[in-house]
Design a protein around this ligand. Structure first.
Ligand SMILES: Nc1ncnc2c1ncn2[C@@H]1O[C@H](COP(=O)(O)OP(=O)(O)OP(=O)(O)O)[C@@H](O)[C@H]1O
Ligand SMILES: [Mg+2]
Length: 259
């Protein structure tokens, strides 16, 4: 569904991505993992058109998109939940969702999709007239996902959804994202919380200094391999090893898988 071929991105003299190639198949959840500054956010921004790829191709649904404007890329079905969630704090939940749908012209369609978002996130329906800045961190995370979903996208790019959330809230968010997966959506997820990412994803791509050093099924990743790629020695916690070598969530739940 989505393929990056040899994508390079520069910020002035900084080479943020260097020959990045990766593939996300329809209905697949892929987790992009890497240390701070590895280029994870830049990868998502290159896909959604927020930064220009200086080299390479990005192909979505059979068409090159790397020269399109962000709103056109969104229109074609790629929605991006940015790092830090970036909800509009002084706007209500309703208004935030409305802003998320800025590229859409049919008000009836937007209203229908907004009700669908509320069906997924009943807490947002309860808070729909509340300024987004007064929502809890977990509720803001849901709003950020809802603001992407209101576009009825084919794929969502999510940048560190669990950052800054308490463990119990991270569990709630995991449930929400598993729900999203049951809609048949495709996801490219960036996570520093490797355990969280691996519980959701079918496959992982490891980025190191702007290059992909591993991509494959999450079940093939073990602690040593991750430690080597991420350059963190043996410091990974036991908590993390609990998430490794596990079957991805969809497989565990007994649903058929296409792969
Ligand atoms: N607007 C910018 N101008 C200049 N350099 C930038 C810019 N944005 C990112 N960079 C640099 O590009 C590299 C990759 O940044 P990026 O934000 O993609 O990393 P990341 O993997 O998302 O890191 P983190 O885990 O901290 O979010 C870093 O060295 C960063 O300093
Ligand atoms: Mg980042």
């Amino acid at each position: 569904m989505l393929t990056l071929e040899d994508v390079g991105v520069r910020y002035g003299r900084t080479r943020a991505l260097d020959g990045v190639s990766l593939t996300v198949s329809a209905a697949e959840f892929v987790c992009l993992i890497g240390a701070n500054g590895a280029g994870k956010t830049t990868t998502l921004k290159a896909i959604s058109g927020l930064v220009r790829a200086a080299a390479g191709r990005i192909v979505f649904d059979g068409r090159e998109i790397q020269r399109l404007a962000p709103q056109e890329i969104l229109r074609r079905g790629i929605a991006h939940c940015p790092e830090g969630r970036r909800v509009f704090p002084y706007m209500t939940v309703d208004e935030n969702l409305q802003m998320g749908a800025y590229v859409r012209t049919d008000a009836a369609d937007v209203a229908r999709d907004r009700e669908r978002v509320f069906a997924h996130f009943p807490i947002l329906a309860e808070r729909r007239r509340q300024p987004a800045g007064t929502l809890s961190g977990g509720e803001q995370a849901m709003l950020a996902v809802g603001r992407a979903l209101i576009n009825d996208p084919k794929i969502i790019l999510i940048d560190e959804p669990s950052a800054g959330l308490a463990p119990s809230v991270v569990e709630d968010l995991l449930d929400v994202l598993l729900q999203v997966r049951s809609l048949g959506l495709t996801m490219l997820l960036v996570e520093q919380n490797i355990r969280f990412g691996l519980r959701l994803a079918d496959s992982a791509c490891l980025l190191q200094k702007g290059r992909i050093v591993y991509s494959g099924p999450t079940t093939d990743l073990d602690q040593d391999r991750l430690a080597t790629y991420l350059g963190v020695g043996r410091l990974l916690s036991d908590d993390l090893s609990a998430g490794l070598g596990r079957q991805p969530a969809q497989q565990r739940s007994g649903k058929p898988r296409s792969r």
